[in-house]
Design a protein around this ligand. Sequence first.
Ligand SMILES: [Zn+2]
Length: 151
Amino acid sequence: MTARPAPPARAAARKPIVPTTLYHYTCHDHGGPGIAERLKVIPARQPFLGRTLAWFTDMDTPDPWALGLTNAFLCCDRTQVRVAVRPHEWRDLCGIRPWWTYRRTVEPVLRELLEEVGLPMHWWVTDQPVPIADITPTPAVWAARKAARHA
Ligand SMILES: [Zn+2]
């Protein structure tokens, strides 16, 4: 049997579709300074999963609930700083893949707990350091929304 190269359409289908720009949200005090200094998002140990991962989202405005960034688990506001990355500018997308393709590797009990809080279709993960394109205070649109909610 002769091996035939896969038709282009099928080859493309095997690659996960990763948006041009993804965002990593973090806080001013712990996460932000280290990323600004190294110009990379470095995967961090996730005690809950027992893995070292960096998390990204396609949401250009952070919704703490959708992203599992609520203060129920965290002691600080991880929506203060927005880090933009452009995976396609780097080889192998720096390992970034949609959560829905990664989740299969996670124990079902754990992933169900994780997915209970948030919108997993907006999650992206990698176990590799990712060079950043930009790091800024999160756009004012979120601050305004937050203020309105507390008014
Ligand atoms: Zn912090």
